[in-house]
Write a protein that binds this ligand. Structure first.
Ligand code: NAD
Length: 460
């Protein structure tokens, strides 16, 4: 019954009816497909504040795309004045370099750029603001100004969300300009369709060569726990699509499903309960046989919802162990045995509920917040830095899976619209972000928890 109502709502007639009732009908998001020749195509307008420091990096990135690039007069002047500064009717992206802004009054350049051009942004368009990490600024005024860019980009995201467009801030640490490329391209591309209002932090690292747009993970080995269905299956599909050999792990009752996925992807199935005492050794052995692992995705997770007064201790403990502690034990074993290759990636799957909290999910939210704490801490670890290993997490919001399909229809209809893009995301949106973290060109991307939530209205 609920499926029939859903079908009606999504039909042309249903959308018309909802529109007439004032209910937002979301814009269909442009997503990646293998026929897209370049990470970006269409017109882009590049603007700049005073003393912009990343303009030539932006210019060289667009030179390797199908973009038709236009510059604001300020940007053209800073690039030497010889850049064609005609304008287009409409833009697929607006990019503003605010990296040189040192004082609050200078932010007016950002106001002028967006005030003049935001109406020209196309649907599924992109706004990218470039800045510096505020805590690394030389003066309090500069720190405040750089932090202002975050509020600006998050607000712009809310202003353009109804047309399926997104806005983000990328902060580039001193000495990390050459590490910007993978983040800039990912954010500009359709692969970031359901990410909005985020800050991506880029720091200095080596190995930033940009690889093939269609096969960035060629030759890499990827571990995905909970790979037999849902988001884990999409992660396995996407990493394999991008060239990786996938080792999928799941529990014994999921063996048939896991084998099906791994056979389809030419991967390797490992049956293990990640909480069992021998799981770290079993997984390490399987990866050792393949010459080590490059990308580790701790996706397996469960919910056992009850308010804390009604929650049993086994359900508390099981949720914390599967979602958090088991992943840490596996990573520790992989590090101890030197099974993670140089330039590897460790990726956790957190949740918006781990950020904002959720009634009835004290165990789940504690575990998912713990994933973020682990990332924050490990990103500072010398052991990882010495091997050029990054550590990041995704925090999905409302993703259309079997889990969310089980939510009663009207709660579901409401729930999926509580974000700037007025729709739920797809498992592939989470997977694309994970592939971006695993990309060899993303070695400067570490210590990030990126929300894949369409800029959820809840959870800060
Ligand atoms: P799912 O239940 O469909 O899949 C989880 C997979 O993990 C299953 O295949 C399951 O068998 C496996 N698994 C569970 N316990 C395991 C164990 N002990 N050992 C090995 N494998 C185990 O869930 P999903 O919706 O695809 O979620 C995947 C991840 O994304 C989870 O970590 C979840 O918390 C997170 N997440 C999901 C959403 C959403 O909207 N679906 C939102 C935020 C976060």
């Amino acid at each position: 019954m609920s499926d029939r109502i859903e079908k009606l709502i999504n039909s042309a007639a249903g959308k018309k009816l909802l529109g007439a009732m004032g209910v937002t009908v979301p814009t269909e998001l442009l997503r990646y497909d293998t026929t897209q020749h370049s990470y970006f195509s269409g017109a882009v307008l590049v603007g700049a504040g005073d003393n912009a420091q990343l303009l030539s990096r932006v210019q060289s990135n667009f030179a390797e795309s199908d973009a038709q690039v236009f510059y604001s007069p300020e940007a053209a002047t800073q690039l030497g004045g010889n850049t064609d500064s005609n304008t287009a009717e409409r833009y697929q992206a607006l990019v503003f370099d605010g990296s040189g802004l040192l004082d609050a009054t200078e932010l007016v350049s950002a106001y002028r750029f967006f005030n003049a051009n935001i109406r020209k942004l196309k649907s599924s368009g992109r706004i990218v603001i470039l800045g510096r990490p505020h805590l690394l600024c030389a003066t309090p005024e500069a720190a405040a100004t750089q932090r202002s860019l975050e509020g600006l980009s998050r607000s712009l995201a809310k202003e353009v969300g109804s047309k399926g467009a997104t806005a983000q801030l990328i902060t580039v640490a001193d000495g990390a300009d050459a590490n910007l490329d993978s983040s800039l391209r990912f954010i500009l591309s359709p692969k970031s369709a359901y990410i909005s209002g985020q800050v991506i932090k880029v720091r200095a690292a080596s190995a930033n060569t940009i690889s093939d747009w269609h096969k960035p993970l060629a030759g890499k080995i990827a571990l995905v726990t909970g790979a037999s269905r849902g988001i884990g299956e999409a992660i396995a599909d996407t990493l394999a699509r991008d060239g990786a050999t996938v080792v999928g792990v799941d529990v014994a009752p999921m063996e048939t499903d896991l084998n099906k996925v791994m056979t389809r992807l030419n991967g390797k199935a490992v049956i293990a309960d990640i909480t069992s005492a021998d799981a770290p050794a079993i997984i390490t052995k399987a990866l050792g046989e393949l010459g080590g692992v490059d990308i580790i995705v701790h996706n397996a997770g469960v919910t056992r919802d009850k308010t804390i007064a009604n929650m049993s201790e086994p359900h508390w403990q099981m949720t914390l162990d599967i979602n958090l502690a088991a992943a840490q034990r596996i990573t520790a074993e992989l590090l101890k045995t030197n099974t993670i290759n140089d330039g590897g990636s460790i990726i956790g799957v957190s949740s918006m509920n781990g950020i904002g909290g959720q009634r009835g999910q004290t165990n789940y939210a504690a575990s998912k917040a713990g994933v973020i704490g682990y990332v924050d801490f490990m990103a500072q670890s010398k052991e990882l830095a010495d091997k050029n290993i990054t550590v990041n997490a995704v925090a999905p919001g409302f993703i259309e899976t079997a889990m969310t399909a089980a939510i009663p229809l009207f709660t579901r209809m409401f729930g999926r619209r509580l974000n700037s893009l007025s729709q739920g995301g797809l498992p592939v949106d989470v997977a694309e972000t994970i592939s971006f973290f695993g990309n060899p060109a993303s070695r400067g991307v570490s210590g990030n928890t990126v929300r894949v939530c369409g800029q959820s209205w809840f959870g800060a």
